[in-house]
Every structure is written in C-alpha cells, then in structure tokens.
Design a binder for this molecule. Structure first.
Ligand code: DSN
Length: 426
C-alpha cells in the first residue's frame, strides 16, 4: 500500500474510500463476502509474475517447481473438501467455468435443461442474452406456485428434449434441493447432472448443506469468493469415469475429468492466474478450520432469524422462508419494487441486491424482489440478536423511504452498529 500512495495517489485514494465504505456499511448483497487477510495477501505474491500453461507436472514452460506445489495443494484440498475425484482450479470465474463445462461435455447445438432466470437460474445457465445461447440450445424448467421444483415438468422436458446436461443450482433460490431426483431424471435420459453451487459452495464445504456429488451428480462448479470466502475464481469438481453418463465410444479413453481439463486448457483459457490459485489453496485451508465451520453454522442460523423477523413484520418471502443462507422478499403486492427497496436501503448504508421473483411481471432493472444474505455480516461476527436489529433498521427505512431526516438518522445508527463488527483485516 505505501508503494501505491506515491506511484498512483488517485488509485490509493479510491482504495482508502472503498475500505471506509466497506467498514461503515452493512453488506447484505447475496454473493459478496470478505476475504481473510491471508487470502488477500497471497493474491499480490510473486506468483502473479508467472506463466504456467498446463497442469501440475505437465506445463508448457519450465521452472514450475513452485507453481506445481501451490496448484497441487489447491487441487488436493478441493477434492477432499468436496468429495470429488477430480478438481480443476484454473477457471477465471463462475461464468468461464460454466462455459468450460458446456464445451467439455457438449457439441454446438446440444441441449441444456436449466432453471428459468426469474425462478432463480443464472444468466450463464443459458439466458437468451448470452453468447452461450448462440452455441447451445437452452430449455427452461420452472418452479411450482409454492416455489418448489416442478419434477413432472423437469422429467417431461428431459424426455422430450434429450438434454446433454441437466443443470441444478441457482442464484436466487432459498431452498435445499432434492439432488437425487435430478440424478434419477438425468440417468434416465443419459444426461450429465451438473450442479452450479456458486452461492452455497462454502456451506457444502463446511458440511452444513447437502453436497450434490454425494447424491450422484457428475459435475459441480462453485465460485470461490461467495460463501467460500476465497479469491475471485472457480472450482470445477467431478466424479471419475465410473459414472460417466455420456456413453460415447470416445469416453472409453476420455472421461469427464479429462474432458474438463482439456476444455479449460487449451480449450477456453491459457495462462492460469497462479496468484489466484495460491489464494484458493489458502482459502481451502481456512475452510478446514473449526472457525469456518462455526461461521457456516451461524450464517444458516442468522438466515432463519432474518426470515422469521421479516415475516413477523409482514414481509412476503419467495417460497415463504429459507432452508439455506438466502432470503428473497417479494414486493409485488406492495407499492414499491426491488429497485426502490435497494435504493432506500443504500441510503442508510445497507447494500442489498434487487432480484426477480418467479414469472416476475416487472423488467429486470425494476424487478419485484430483493435478495438478502447474511454470510458477509456473519464473517464480521453478527449473531441472532444482531440480525433482529438489522431487520428493524431495514423495516424502519422502507416505511420511511421518502423521509430523508429519518433515513439520515438511520444511516448514523447503521454506522455505529457496524463499528462493533470490523471487516477482517481493516
Ligand atoms: N453476482 C453473482 C450472483 O449473484 O449470482 C454472480 O452473477
């Protein structure tokens, strides 16, 4: 940091301002969290200087004795934590990882069955606005009126469209999934069962939510920077050849793990970001600590209190509650929408993210819902009683959305509250 102060004062000032914003504000954006000082530090280590195309033991450039050590540690830790036969730790992000999985397992024109965006699926699962949708055919399933997976619909679509991949795992879905049902349908139509666990990867790692790989899923992806608290990156985890559902002649020599590694390099990416991989290894080491397990358990307890406090105050929740770490408020029956709620809470220093609700009548930039999660604030130490205070701040702000005086007072209260919960390393 002192080096930046003299080299680039403008960037230095922006970093200090962001540190202040993160310390004084409350982070409830679903998908954001705080990295530990150790994870942050290794990202600026000398591994940032090194090119390492290839994989441990087989690289294009020489002089990889140290990069091989860190990548192998990241791979071994990921395999152990997630019960996987294989781990690729090089994907640059969740979007890149999903594209690598599609290209590993499909040819252009092949079909993916995925959850509709407004019901909780992610853009990278095949939304028409993505480049992916020009290459592959994406068919959407939806949830029932109660917000549960519509198994009859998933089975009927799978039988009709014969997808190569059935994709489970969502960005805005507050319920635990019945993974065995996805696997049963995937096996029936010879599809790969692929789970995008980006939001809940940390909770699966800690053993507090179910692991799709334990239920017969063939491939699982998780980003590393959400509940997992690592650097910005992704893990692609898979089972070995034994359960290969592709059933093609070439699979006798190329199993799913090999296809995935080849899709990442040289298929889609070249020089891996070794400094990030180093930080992934450190984050996975932290995941194995009792402190991480305590954080994961507390985050789920906090989510239960968040949901019940909101319901007590007459907020309507998508699916009526939560089984995981996330709550989605449905404002469709009120005079405001998710965007107005987001702006109002931002005025008092609480960051949240607007969200669609199933079959949302509103456009994406003015959706009817608001996603809230507490893992980041759990990292900062909040517990059940603190969650009650957070909901009280939010409720008062939303009831006084046009009263700048009340909002300004609340902003000071949120700032005082946050002083009790320092950001790690700040
Ligand atoms: N922002 C992340 C999410 O909420 O799913 C990735 O797009």
């Amino acid at each position: 940091m002192p080096a930046i102060q003299t080299t680039d004062p403008e960037i230095y000032a922006a970093i200090l301002a962001e540190q202040k914003r993160q310390s004084e504000g409350m982070e409830l954006i679903a998908s954001e969290n705080y990295q530990s000082p150790a994870v942050l530090a290794v990202q600026s280590s000398v591994f940032a200087n090194k090119y390492s195309e290839g994989f441990p033991g087989k690289r294009y450039y020489w002089w990889q004795e140290n990069t091989d050590i860190i990548e192998q540690l990241a791979i071994d830790r990921a395999k152990k934590i997630f019960h996987a036969d294989h781990a690729n730790v090089q994907a640059l992000s969740g979007a890149a990882a999903n594209l690598c999985v599609y290209s590993a397992l499909m040819n252009p024109g092949d079909t993916v069955l995925w959850m509709d965006l407004s019901h909780g699926g992610h853009l990278t699962h095949g939304a028409p606005v993505t480049f992916f949708s020009k290459i592959f055919n994406f068919i959407r399933y939806k949830t029932t009126a109660e917000g549960k997976i519509d198994w009859e619909q998933v089975r009927a679509l799978a039988r009709e469209h014969k997808p190569k991949i059935i994709l489970a795992g969502f960005s805005a879905y507050p319920r635990e999934l019945e993974y065995e049902k996805f696997v049963e349908i995937a096996n029936e139509v010879w599809a790969v069962a692929f789970a995008d666990m980006s939001h809940i990867g940390g909770f699966i790692a800690a053993g507090v939510l179910k692991n799709p790989l334990d239920y017969g899923f063939h491939v699982m992806m998780t980003t590393t920077h959400k509940s997992l608290r690592g650097p910005r990156g992704a893990l692609i985890l898979s089972k070995g050849i034994v359960s290969n559902p592709l059933k093609k002649p070439e699979d006798t020599i190329e199993n799913i793990p090999t296809r995935i590694d080849r899709a990442v390099f040289p298929g889609m990416q070249w020089g891996p970001h070794m400094n990030t991989i180093c930080a992934i290894a450190v984050a996975l080491k932290e995941v194995e600590s009792p402190e991480f397990k305590a954080y994961a358990e507390q985050a789920l307890k906090n989510a239960q209190v968040l949901a019940s406090e909101l319901v007590t105050r007459n907020y309507k929740l998508v699916t009526g509650g939560t089984d995981n770490h996330m709550v989605i408020i449905d404002f469709s029956w009120t005079e405001i929408d998710g965007s107005v709620a987001e702006k109002t809470l931002d005025k008092i220093g609480i960051s949240t993210s607007k969200s669609t609700i199933p079959d949302d009548p509103n456009p994406p930039f003015r959706p009817s819902g608001l996603r809230i999660w507490l893992p980041a604030m759990t990292t900062r130490g909040v517990k059940e009683d603190d969650v009650k205070k957070i909901v009280a701040f939010m409720d008062e702000a939303l009831k006084n959305k046009d009263n700048e005086e009340v909002l300004s007072e609340l902003k000071n209260k949120v700032k005082d509250f946050c002083k009790n919960f320092p950001v790690p390393g700040l």
